[in-house]
Ligand binder design. Structure first.
Ligand code: UD1
Length: 434
């Protein structure tokens, strides 16, 4: 997916001039599954602290196509009338643009007895199969039909049934979707080897507040009592307050560790970033931890030490911060490594960093070594996914000269008005519409 808007950045040539404060928005990865959770309620769900980003717009359009209204009532707030769900076919074009479309299949199947959807799309980060989803729904009593364009899942007797599902590996999306499906099913569902990312736990806690019977929130085993199709009812106004985006906060933290004299990152939850904070400190970064803020000062060139990092499910180092971290390692003294364990193809962006002057060797689809420090030079780049896109922005800020980052859409998918927020902390960045 390409769009015509692009960013132009004048680099700081390695000087540590970033300063001031930057606020973190609500978490994209918490809001998207909650938009799917709106289908479980008998009245409206209000989501507050909701970022105004492209992925949320796409999810709103998808819900709109299913008969559900999504209104942005004021800045940071959306109201979703999930009870109005009236269709069971997901729009193919939008689904192919966003992996999170898969979150909707469980609630639709549980409510309508069937759902039709294409293979979901999203970032270009290698194969992203949906086998966990298909296997789980077969266990819950659905049947699968496939043609070259669509999958259709249909419940044999019109409803989902509780089941014991052990995920082969932890999946954020599968844990969230099956939590929602289990609440609509008949009987008890046991989910084992669940993801425990803060976004999953935040969703579970909100559902529990609305009367959902979920045991084990925040752990890898969830035991869920289904309502046999009954929708959840909230006695008071049903408001979900999105948790701060730990991936946005982590991106700003890495930017600060490379290029800030002093940067305050406000409205974040430092507890969600404890491993990245420890790793950045081991590279020499000066990080102060507050209740809901972080203050970071750049690693002085003679102090910075290279680091080796393996991405891991939460609470380990998130795969989504791996690309920005590579930029930091390229500015550290010595040799560091990145071992990407979650995705194949999520290191391809390193080819562009090499063209900027980074000394990187890719050993295979999962391993790179990075030698530093190396000055980077401004270049023309194209963001292949949300997180590589923000890594390119960070690299362009560090570099000498001008960089052009094409395909602003990929950055807009996850970061609201990034250029305006970065300008306030001293980045020379502008958005250009061709
Ligand atoms: C979520 C996040 C994404 C993050 C990822 C891992 C959202 C909207 N997105 O994505 O930012 O990078 O978690 O932390 O929350 N897999 C299969 N079969 C399946 C399902 C997943 O093989 O049926 C694989 C994936 O290809 C990947 C791994 O499981 O290799 C983990 O993916 P998963 O946790 O499901 O990621 P998402 O929920 O898509």
């Amino acid at each position: 997916m390409q769009n015509k808007e692009y960013f132009v950045i004048e680099g700081l040539a390695g000087s540590k001039e970033i300063a001031g404060s930057i606020e973190v928005n609500g978490s994209k990865n918490a809001v998207l599954p909650m938009m799917a959770a709106s289908l479980l309620y008998d009245s409206s769900l209000v989501i507050e602290n909701c970022p105004d980003i492209e992925d949320i717009k796409r999810m709103s359009e998808l819900l709109g196509g299913l008969g559900v209204t999504v209104d942005r009532t004021k800045k940071g707030s959306v109201v979703i009338e999930g009870q109005r769900l009236s269709k069971s076919i997901l729009d193919a074009e939008i689904s192919k643009r966003m992996r999170a479309s898969i979150f909707l299949i469980g609630p639709i199947l549980g409510r309508m007895g069937e759902v039709t959807f294409p293979h979901p799309g999203g970032c270009v980060i290698g194969a992203r199969p949906i086998d966990l989803f298909i296997d789980g729904y077969l266990k819950m009593g659905a049947e699968l039909k496939e043609d070259e364009n669509f999958y259709t899942l249909a419940c044999k007797d019109g409803k989902l049934h509780g089941a014991e599902i052990t995920f082969k590996f932890q999946s954020v999306g599968a844990t969230e979707t099956f939590m929602l499906s289990a609440l609509l099913a008949k009987g008890i569902t046991i989910l084992r080897n669940c993801a425990i990312e803060p976004e999953v736990t935040s969703m579970a806690l909100h559902l529990i507040k609305s009367g959902a019977k979920i045991n084990g929130a925040g752990t890898t085993t969830l035991i869920i009592e289904g309502g046999d199709g009954a929708l959840l009812h909230s006695d008071s106004r049903n408001v979900y307050q999105a948790i701060p985006d730990r991936l946005e906060a982590g991106s700003f933290l890495i930017l600060g560790a490379i290029a800030a004299s002093k940067l305050k990152i406000e409205k974040c939850d430092p507890e969600h970033l404890s491993v990245p904070i420890e790793i950045l400190r081991s590279a020499g970064a000066d990080i102060e931890i507050g209740k809901d803020f972080l203050v970071v000062k750049a690693v002085p060139p003679n102090v910075c030490r290279s680091i080796s990092v393996k991405t891991h499910e939460y609470p380990g180092f998130p795969t989504d911060l791996q690309a920005p971290l590579t930029v930091l390692i390229s500015q550290c003294c010595g040799e560091g490594t990145i071992f990407e364990t979650i995705y194949e193809g999520r290191l391809n962006y390193t080819a562009d960093l090499m063209k900027m002057g980074a000394d990187i060797k890719m050993w295979d689809a999962h391993h790179v070594t990075i030698k530093g420090p190396n000055s980077l030079k401004g270049r023309e780049l194209e963001g292949p996914d949300i997180r590589a896109g923000i890594a390119f922005i960070i690299a362009a800020i560090v570099a000498k000269g001008q960089s052009v980052i094409r395909n602003a859409y990929y950055i807009d998918r996850g970061y609201e008005q990034i250029e305006e927020r970065l300008r306030k902390i001293g980045v020379n960045i502008k958005r250009v519409s061709a």
